[in-house]
Structures are given as structure tokens and as C-alpha cells.
Design a protein around this ligand. Structure first.
Ligand code: IDP
Ligand code: MG
Length: 138
């Protein structure tokens, strides 16, 4: 069993896709063990995406991530990290496989509906960034 962090980004929330995204997780054996809606400040978004701070899109990305409410979730399941990345599809929605969340709903490389941890190390960091132990079902 593995845990991963998912975020339904501001575009996904604003467009009424929370239920659609969660349905895909539930239909694919990813169990929700924590969930909340938050509205990040720019500084909180910068802290979350610190790994990308040298990238040219960092400022725009952190503006976007602090532009509206998001839903953060912890998903648990067998190979949860890879399974979630598979359901999300490639970062660039134009390259994402058919039937993936990003292929079906993303409108730009930046506004791509969902975030998902990319490794066990990032999952640990990202889960700890948003949740304390009392908020996680075990
Ligand atoms: P990921 O979300 O698929 O893991 P990352 O490379 O970690 O992709 O990038 C984090 C986020 O930054 C992406 O989901 C997307 O919102 C944004 N992003 C990535 N590459 C670009 C780009 O080239 N231009 C603008 N935004 C980008
Ligand atoms: Mg990433």
C-alpha cells in the first residue's frame, strides 16, 4: 500500500470538476484517506512548488495555484503514485493519453486540472506540507 498527494487545481474546482475527478479515483481503487479545500497564498504555493523555483514557469504557476480554492487529497492504494499519474495523464494535455483527466479536461499546459506526487520522496514531502497526522485516516 502506498500513499500519494493529489490536488484538484483552481481550474478544476472553478469548472465544477471535483466530483468527476474524485469519481475516477474511486473507480480505480484509490481510496481517499484525507481531503480538504484550501485557498493557498502565493507564499504557500511557492513552498509547495519549491522544487521548480528555477523554472521559467514558476512565477506564473504559483500565481495560478494561489488564484482560487483547491482540493487536496491523500490517496491510498497499490502503486498509488504511479496509478494516480496514469489517471492524470502527461503534464502537457496534448500529449496525454485518451481517457486521462488532463486529456479530457485541461486547457493549457499550466491549467491542467490536477497535481499528483511523482515519487515516494515527493509524496512524503507533499503529504506533510498539507496534513497533520490527526487529519489522515489510517
Ligand atoms: P506534473 O504536474 O505533471 O508533475 P511538473 O513538471 O512537475 O508537471 O510541473 C508542475 C506544474 O507546472 C504542471 O502541472 C503545470 O501546471 C506547470 N507546468 C509544467 N511545465 C510547464 C510549462 O512548460 N509551462 C507552463 N506551465 C508548466
Ligand atoms: Mg510534478
Amino acid at each position: 500500500m502506498e500513499r500519494t498527494l493529489s490536488i484538484i487545481k483552481p481550474d478544476g474546482v472553478a469548472r465544477g470538476l471535483i466530483g468527476e475527478v474524485i469519481k475516477r479515483f474511486e473507480d480505480n481503487n484509490l481510496k481517499i484517506v484525507a481531503m480538504k479545500m484550501i485557498y493557498m497564498t502565493k507564499a504557500q504555493a511557492q513552498g509547495f512548488y519549491a522544487v521548480h523555483k528555477e523554472r521559467p514557469f514558476f512565477d506564473s504557476l504559483t500565481d495560478f495555484m494561489s488564484s482560487g480554492p483547491v482540493v487536496v487529497l491523500i490517496l491510498k492504494g497499490e502503486n498509488a503514485i504511479a496509478k494516480n499519474r496514469e489517471l492524470m495523464g502527461a503534464t502537457n494535455y496534448k500529449e496525454a493519453a485518451e481517457g486521462t483527466i488532463r486529456r479530457d479536461f485541461a486547457t493549457e499546459i499550466e491549467k491542467n486540472i490536477v497535481h499528483g506526487s511523482d515519487s515516494p520522496g515527493s509524496a512524503d514531502f507533499e503529504i506533510g506540507y498539507f496534513f497533520n497526522s490527526f487529519e489522515i485516516i489510517c
